[in-house]
Design a binder for this molecule. Sequence first.
Ligand code: 2HG
Ligand code: ZN
Length: 464
Amino acid sequence: MSDYRLQALARLARLAPGLVLKTDPADLEHYGRDWTRRWTPAPLAVALPASVEDVQAVLRWACADGVAVVPSGGRTGLSGGAVAAKGELVLSLERMNRALDFDPVDRLLTVQAGMPLEAVQRTAADHGLLYPVDFAARGSCAIGGNIATNAGGIRVIRYGNTREWVAGLKVVTAQGEVLELNRGLVKNASGYDLRHLFIGSEGTLGVIVEATLRLTDPPPPSQVMLLAVPELDALMRVFGAFRSHLRLQAFEFLNDRGATHVVAHGAQPPFAEVSPYYVVTEFDAASDDDQNAALAVFEQCLEQGWVSDGVIAQSQAQAAALWRLREGITEALAPRKPYKNDISVRISAIPAFMHAMQDLFERDYPGFDVVWFGHIGDGNLHINVLAPDGMAQDAFIARCEQVTKALSEALVRVGGSISAEHGIGLVKKPYLSGTRSDAEIALMRAVRAALDPAGILNPGKLFD
Ligand code: 2HG
Ligand code: ZN
């Protein structure tokens, strides 16, 4: 490290004595990467503040010294938004992980940004309420990162994205100012709602240090069902039937390749016979009427030939086993370094779009292992492609990028999005202009320049 950099870090340590600063190679590697595993981590150092004042000091120092800062939560992101590969300072909110306040009348929980999602959910449950955003990375991701990507997950169909649940935000701007946005108000018609600008901003506009989250009633008892679906066209028909007769909490699908990998990773095989597609759905089942409705809709789907088999969980353990088939996919595939797409189209466009995608993949990924799964009830599909044996990683990524270009063009035609929930980060930057117009991107740039004139916050992410 150059003398200048060392002196700069020494100055930072003096300015914020509460800060933990790490420069060990193992720490730089650990904090410099996210789940993308595509870039070699190379941060300058890792700063772990204990307070909002520490965060302010870091950002003031970074502005003065022209050091780029990468805000960092649980680094479970899949788009490279939290990667530090160019000498940036990683600003990890890991130590700021406590619940600060709960108000039972407002049903608001205020937490520090580094709190893991699962801890937020548990704290809400301790107060007899529910924080309903949920997804497989719940134990490792941090609420600040969830907000910075407007995280979605498996219950969006019922509860919406993270955005719906943020009633207030405390943000430190690039210049070290503290903004208190919306302060938990239900109604607030006093001009631009800046809170929403920071939600989904991928660490480019400010550092989220605290969030005031809305909580809701705990969900009624539910049941989990796994369905075998024989063909693509039947997926949305089953969705239509289930949605019109039941109150859905989740409606997820996976293809047989997904099931194969999760089973190889320890999950129970779904049925005796392999099916091209599977659905995992969860719905309210508070009464016998609900349960009968579920059986009736299942039988109706069976008669129509839209499902070929099904099983309903008889216990919590069985429900967890069924969920594992869907939620275990990311972990099961991770060692193979899959190339990921996370796209969305309107729900009504899903059937035609899935056919277009299937044609595209058959043409452009011949012989590749293509795993499809995701939140089909939200119009959100995940596509994970595995490199054929022996193909070098660079050649594989280059090939996948070509397919993503074609996918992005198909998305333009239907007005879809290149990122439904993972964010643009580094991975999807080349395709942003397929989802957002030139005018929109120009305005995004202007907003970023207004909030961070020195360009220190997560440079190179979202757009250059
Ligand atoms: C999920 O829905 C996550 O499980 C991860 O968004 C998706 O690994 C992926 O591509
Ligand atoms: Zn997802």
